[in-house]
Write a protein that binds this ligand. Structure first.
Ligand code: KIV
Ligand code: ZN
Length: 509
């Protein structure tokens, strides 16, 4: 298959994805996701909107300094200060792109920008030319393209390509387009823009009417060769087109699209999990490709068919996206070597020090839990996230609670080698425990959200607690896991405190 049929994957999880209300991530989390995207072989990583804040600038800079294979991209409006911020943040990138955008629909030009079409055209040309002076690879997005007048859109696209744009993006910004008309829009651009062969046509679809993936695929069918998307489909409002769905649709239905991507699909589920963890957005069990039920067959007729011949009810193999069937893997008699081997099978390679830590945690879990599943191993490894410093650690917990007695929890924490103890009462064990942690760490946390999910099935399954906590005016999302749900709750809250301390010390530096 030649390169004309390669669809480039432009991941905007760290930019549009982060615009999802409540999805903000810190620099270290973004960097960890960027590494995961690079391993996934994403072609372009949109790392942020550098002019927006110092935090955004620093995150794009950190991604630019560390990512070597994927192109790192920064977003900018069509104004010099935005383009300069993007170029400065990308300075040390091995491969870099500036992405400028400007609305071309009447409704946006009149009401939002208060500019005439000619003024917009001029701004677009000047911005692209200015960006081209700073980097070779410039993308132009005609914001709200799907609601723009076609003749004007053609003029703008032709002019920005002439000014040096190497990719032209046709966003369905408000998720208004329908597959049949959006596909035709791409076909019309191909046949009405004289210099279109000098640029790659990109698409960027939002999911307000639930057709972002269908629109993106219709665009590919009509000649688009870059798709902008996010892991788990997160993004502004109803989100963006989901990367995993686009990639697997192109792969599974090559007969329809005749296109390939560079994505290393066995990493898909791991990246999905990482994004879910750092944004705090759980993946719905019925979500295509990465949902917990995506490959589970419940109906007897289906199970019977599967046993006779998998292809009766299975159009993709779970292993193609790194989806794990819950299978017994290790137990308390398994050694360090067995753990290392199993992790390797899951695509996780640890150095000796990391393996020691993971092995100690594995032993703790295996002591409490008869069967240790692949999902447990992933949690054990992820527990040692590098995203923040562990200033406070849980040493022990004791709780007395019941239906007619006042709940009391004793908490023992450790920090910098010192032990701290506190007993608190409260409205249930979690409340009492969080009060004790607040008192020891001298914080006043406001619990905004709390959820618990079982990592695997069975009564002895580990529970994963996710909390959203506001401390010192800053909201953070953190997780904790254990076979004991109060312990998991305490760990999640302590991790939230640690995250805030980590962020404060980064800001002071
Ligand atoms: O939805 C949109 O139009 C965007 C642009 C910045 C590409 O996110
Ligand atoms: Zn968008």
């Amino acid at each position: 298959m030649n390169d004309e049929n390669k669809v480039l994957i432009f991941d905007t999880t760290l930019r549009d994805g982060e615009q999802a209300p409540g999805a903000s991530m810190n620099e270290k989390e973004k960097l960890e996701i960027a590494f995961a995207l690079e391993r996934l072989k994403v072609d372009i990583i949109e790392a942020g909107f550098p002019v927006i804040s110092k935090g955004d600038f620093d995150s794009v800079k950190a991604v630019a300094e560390n990512i070597k294979d994927s192109i790192v991209c920064g977003l900018a409006r069509c104004v010099k200060k935005d383009i300069d911020a993007a170029a400065d943040s990308l300075k040390s990138a091995n491969r870099k792109r500036i992405h400028v955008f400007l609305a071309t629909s009447k409704i946006h030009m009149q009401h939002k920008l208060k500019k005439t079409p000619d003024e917009i055209l001029q701004m677009a040309i000047e911005a692209v030319a200015y960006a081209r002076n700073r980097v070779e690879d410039v993308e132009f997005s005609a914001e709200d393209a799907s609601r723009s007048e076609k003749e004007f859109l053609y003029r703008v696209i032709e002019a920005v390509i002439k000014a040096g744009a190497t990719t032209v993006n046709i966003p369905d910004t408000v998720g208004y387009g329908m597959p049949i008309e959006y596909g035709k829009l791409i076909a019309d651009i191909k046949s009405n823009v004289s210099n279109i062969n000098k640029a790659i046509i990109s698409v960027h679809c939002h999911d307000d009417l639930g057709v972002a993936v269908a629109n993106s695929l219709a665009a590919v069918r009509n000649g688009a060769r870059q798709v902008e998307c996010t892991i788990n489909g997160i993004g502004e409002r109803a989100g963006n087109a989901s990367m995993e769905e686009i990639v697997m649709a192109l792969r599974t239905r090559q007969d329809v699209y005749g296109c390939t991507t560079n994505i290393h699909t066995p990493d898909v589920c791991r990246v999905s999990r990482l994004v879910s963890k750092y944004t705090g957005f759980a993946v719905a069990p019925n979500k295509a490709i990465v949902g917990a039920n995506a490959f589970r067959h419940e109906a007897g007729i289906h199970q019977d068919g599967m046993l006779k011949e998998r292809s009766t009810y299975e159009i993709m193999r779970p292993e193609d996206v790194g989806f794990m069937e819950t299978g017994l893997v290790l137990g308390k008699h398994s050694g360090r070597h067995a753990l290392k081997d199993r992790l390797k099978g899951l695509g996780i390679e640890l150095n000796d020090q990391e393996l020691d830590k993971a092995f100690n945690r594995f032993k703790d879990i295996a002591d409490k839990k008869k069967h240790v599943f692949d999902e447990d191993l992933l949690v054990i490894v992820e527990d040692d996230t590098k995203a923040f410093e562990r200033t406070w650690e849980l040493v022990s917990l004791k709780s007395i609670s019941g239906t007619k007695i006042k709940t009391k929890v004793d908490v023992v924490l450790k920090s910098k080698g010192k032990i701290f103890k506190k007993s608190s009462t409260g409205d249930g064990p979690v409340d009492a425990c969080y009060k004790a942690i607040d008192s020891i760490t001298k914080n006043k946390g406001e619990l905004l959200d709390y959820s618990i999910q079982s990592v695997t099935q069975g009564q002895d399954a580990m529970g994963e607690v996710t909390v959203k906590v506001k401390i010192d005016g800053k909201s953070v999302i953190a997780h904790g896991t254990s076979t004991d749900i109060l312990e998991a709750s305490a760990k999640a809250y302590i991790n939230a405190v640690n995250k805030v301390i980590s962020q404060q010390s980064t800001l002071k530096k």
